[in-house]
Design a protein around this ligand. Structure first.
Ligand SMILES: *[C@@H]1O[C@H](CO)[C@@H](O)[C@H](O)[C@H]1NC(C)=O
Ligand SMILES: *[C@@H]1O[C@H](CO)[C@@H](O)[C@H](O)[C@H]1NC(C)=O
Ligand SMILES: *[C@@H]1O[C@H](CO)[C@@H](O)[C@H](O)[C@H]1NC(C)=O
Ligand SMILES: *[C@@H]1O[C@H](CO)[C@@H](O)[C@H](O)[C@H]1NC(C)=O
Ligand SMILES: *[C@@H]1O[C@H](CO)[C@@H](O)[C@H](O)[C@H]1NC(C)=O
Ligand SMILES: *[C@@H]1O[C@H](CO)[C@@H](O)[C@H](O)[C@H]1NC(C)=O
Ligand SMILES: *[C@@H]1O[C@H](CO)[C@@H](O)[C@H](O)[C@H]1NC(C)=O
Ligand SMILES: *[C@@H]1O[C@H](CO)[C@@H](O)[C@H](O)[C@H]1NC(C)=O
Length: 666
């Protein structure tokens, strides 16, 4: 009896134990699944702290989620660390996952899995919906087998070392909503039928080596929210089909080799756009006007393209407290407009904006390297003038009508120079006052001059008034025949003289024309001014200059040698070449002991002599000749002086746009 009782008690306990055990097993993973997980733990070298042997995977293992039947559905080993032993021979070995037949999500992001993606992803694991293998140091190609994971919604392979093409069959993953292959070495092209991924919400292919063009079918992705194709080698233009991306909020295609202009209707339907990044993409032309009225726009970076456009003068009613505009490094021009009130941070640097900076422009705006009036570090006057004249517009000359000031602004970059200029300027002024009364009136006219090269100027030394015998006798106010003024050269002669206007002969790009050095057949050194009638707004300027030279000559004014007027599009004026450099470069030349090609910074004696020579020239123009030359010029005062270093410059070349308004009788 006793034995029986004892036995039945034992059986009872055993039964109880079994019962307990089985209910316990019901709540936890199946034995198969637990052993599969333990195998995984050892093949990946996971720490028992994360996955303790005695624990219940569904209840107290980190990163494991099970369904109601105790079957593992999610594994998240993201951010786990390997044991020391696991670190010794790390591999992408996850074979035991095949026994987790309900697995829907595998996230190993930032876990070290060196090696190619195993084929079991696709041959098994067909229940996977989420596969995140980002930052896992994966190598090899994207296996075709992956494209059989037909339930996949999220595929993130970003930040690995994956190479090869994007398999065309990837587009069979019809439920895919996130596809991120960014920061790998994927090459080839984007599958042409990418538009078949009709549920795609995020597509990130950035930072690969994809080539070819943007496939038009991308525009079929009507639920796409984020598109990032940046920093690849893609070429071609932006297909206007992209206007079909009606739900797009982020559009990043920066850093490609795209070309052409943006389709005018690109943004017509993209009313949800918040972030647009097109920087450094090679685009040209104007911006679609709709861009500026996108209601949600927070970030617009189109820097480093070749866009050339004016900003519309519009405001927007909607609130945009955090917003950034970067259009630096383009060719935007015109005035700053009310549009800028929309943005908090603006970078407008390296464009051609002109005019004043209105109060509404954010205080932290970057405005350098424009043609603006007021801010520091603007472009050179000549850059601005050239740019605007190419557009058929007149540059406002930094809003200044005072020629001297504006022509100096571009040179004055160092305080030293400012001081020098101030001192030089006052000396000049004093000298004009001193020289004036004693200057003999030598208003001269040319007579029977075929060339001035034999004139005795340039030999005159010293700084005083010139001896009257060196001036030319004047002639009455007879109308001028330019044909007899100086020599007439053929175009071919000037081509030969200037090595076909080669860059090495270019002295200076001027406002009224470019100056080239040249040598005539007889060895006479000349300066040729090439005037393009197409780019010069005032076509008559060269006539004014010819008129001037036909009336006046003075030892302080560059001798006129001749002209070539045969071409309909270009006119050429020829002057005698003066040794050394033009005055501005010499005055502001800074001695550099390392690269000093023989030229010295000017000493004070020479500077004084130059000032005197200049004063003489000015005094002549203003007071001595009849009719006298009066400064009423709209264009900057661009006297281009040449000097002799040993003797005082006896000549100054007048770059004569200043004479467009020329001289008037007094
Ligand atoms: C994955 O695991 C890491 C580390 O345990 C945790 O920080 C993270 O929140 C988990 N992520 C998800 C999506 O569960
Ligand atoms: C999967 O489970 C079966 C049965 O328990 C076992 O025989 C097999 O070895 C397991 N496979 C892997 C790869 O762990
Ligand atoms: C994977 O885990 C990381 C880290 O917790 C998380 O940021 C990421 O969103 C997860 N991936 C997916 C697809 O949920
Ligand atoms: C795609 O998702 C839908 C809805 O979530 C689902 O009904 C369908 O079965 C899924 N298709 C595949 C192939 O997983
Ligand atoms: C695309 O991925 C890169 C990193 O690989 C990331 O920097 C970028 O922000 C992602 N783009 C979007 C739009 O999320
Ligand atoms: C604007 O873009 C340029 C070139 O891409 C960059 O150097 C500059 O820092 C950007 N400006 C701002 C304010 O981010
Ligand atoms: C900028 O404004 C000035 C004065 O308002 C005007 O003369 C000039 O034409 C404007 N520039 C352009 C390119 O419209
Ligand atoms: C823009 O329009 C405002 C009035 O709406 C006007 O005062 C301003 O001068 C205009 N600015 C430019 C650059 O045309």
């Amino acid at each position: 009896m006793v034995v029986l009782r004892k036995t039945s008690l034992l059986v009872f306990f055993l039964f109880l134990l079994l019962l307990l055990e089985s209910t316990f097993e019901q709540q936890t993973s199946s034995l198969d699944e637990k052993s599969a997980l333990l195998l995984l733990r050892s093949s990946l070298g996971l720490r028992s702290r994360d996955w303790p042997v005695k624990g219940n995977p569904c209840l107290n293992w980190n990163g494991i989620k099970c369904d109601q039947n105790g079957r593992v559905t999610k594994i998240n080993i993201s951010g786990f660390r390997r044991t020391r032993i696991g670190n010794q021979n790390p591999e992408f070995s996850v074979g035991s996952l095949v026994n987790l037949t309900r697995l829907a999500s595998f996230n190993a992001s930032r876990f070290y899995l060196p090696g190619p993606i195993p084929a079991l992803f696709g041959s098994s694991l067909l229940t996977l919906e989420v596969l995140d293998l980002s930052s896992c140091s994966i190598t090899g190609t994207i296996p075709e087998s992956l494209t059989r994971l037909s339930h996949l919604k999220v595929l993130d392979l970003s930040k690995n070392a994956i190479n090869g093409d994007i398999p065309l069959s990837l587009t069979s993953l019809q439920n895919l909503s996130i596809l991120d292959l960014s920061s790998n070495s994927v090459f080839g092209s984007i599958p042409a039928n990418i538009g078949a991924l009709s549920k795609l919400q995020r597509l990130n292919l950035s930072r690969n080596t994809l080539t070819s063009s943007i496939p038009p079918s991308l525009g079929d992705l009507s639920v796409l929210i984020d598109l990032d194709l940046s920093f690849n080698g893609m070429s071609g233009s932006v297909p206007s089909d992209l206007k079909g991306l009606r739900n797009l909020q982020t559009l990043v295609i920066a850093g490609n080799r795209l070309s052409g202009s943006l389709p005018p209707d690109l943004f017509s339907l993209l009313s949800k756009l918040q972030i647009i990044d097109f920087r450094g993409s090679g685009f040209i032309g104007a911006l679609p006007s709709r861009l500026w009225s996108l209601p949600e726009l927070k970030f617009l970076d189109i820097s480093g393209n070749h866009f050339s456009d004016m900003l519309p003068n519009t405001t927007v009613s909607f609130d945009s407290t955090v917003s950034m505009l970067n259009i630096s490094g383009n060719m935007f021009y015109g005035n700053l407009t009310l549009l800028l009130t929309r943005f908090q941070v603006v970078d407008l640097s390296e464009n051609y904006f002109e005019g004043k900076v209105p109060d509404f422009v954010p205080t932290r705006a970057s405005l350098s390297n424009n043609c603006l009036q007021g801010p520091e570090k603007q472009r050179k006057l000549s850059d601005c003038t050239l740019f605007y004249s190419k557009k058929g517009l007149t540059f406002n000359n930094f809003g200044q009508h005072e020629e001297k000031k504006s022509s100096k602004t571009s040179w004055l970059s160092h305080t030293k120079i400012v001081i020098l200029a101030a001192v030089g300027g006052s000396i000049l002024l004093m000298l004009i006052l001193i020289v004036l009364p004693i200057t003999v009136s030598f208003c001269v006219r040319r007579r029977n001059r075929s060339s001035t090269s034999n004139h005795p100027r340039g030999r005159h030394n010293g700084v005083g008034p010139l001896p009257p015998d060196e001036t030319l006798p004047s002639r009455g106010g007879v109308s001028i025949n330019f044909g007899s003024l100086g020599s007439s050269f053929t175009y071919q002669q000037l081509l030969n003289a200037t090595k076909e206007f080669s860059d090495s002969n270019l002295i200076k790009k001027g406002q009224s024309g470019d100056l080239f050095k040249g040598v005539l057949e007889n060895g006479v050194q000349i300066v040729v001014k090439r005037i393009s009638l197409e780019s010069t707004k005032n076509n008559e300027a060269y006539l004014t200059e010819l008129d001037f030279f036909s009336r006046f000559a003075h030892p302080r004014i560059i001798p006129f040698v001749g002209k070539s007027l045969e071409s309909a599009t270009h006119k050429f004026l020829v002057y005698k070449y003066m040794l050394n450099r033009d005055l501005p470069s010499s005055l502001f030349y800074k001695s550099n002991s390392l690269v000093d090609n023989g030229l010295r910074s000017l000493d004070w004696i020479t500077r004084l002599k130059i000032a005197l020579g200049v004063a003489e020239g000015l005094a002549y123009l203003h007071h001595d000749c009849s009719p006298s030359v009066v400064h009423r010029y709209e264009k900057p005062f661009l006297l281009l002086f040449f000097y002799f270093q040993d003797t005082i410059s006896s000549s100054l070349i007048l770059s004569l746009p200043m004479f467009t308004k020329g001289y008037s009788s007094k």
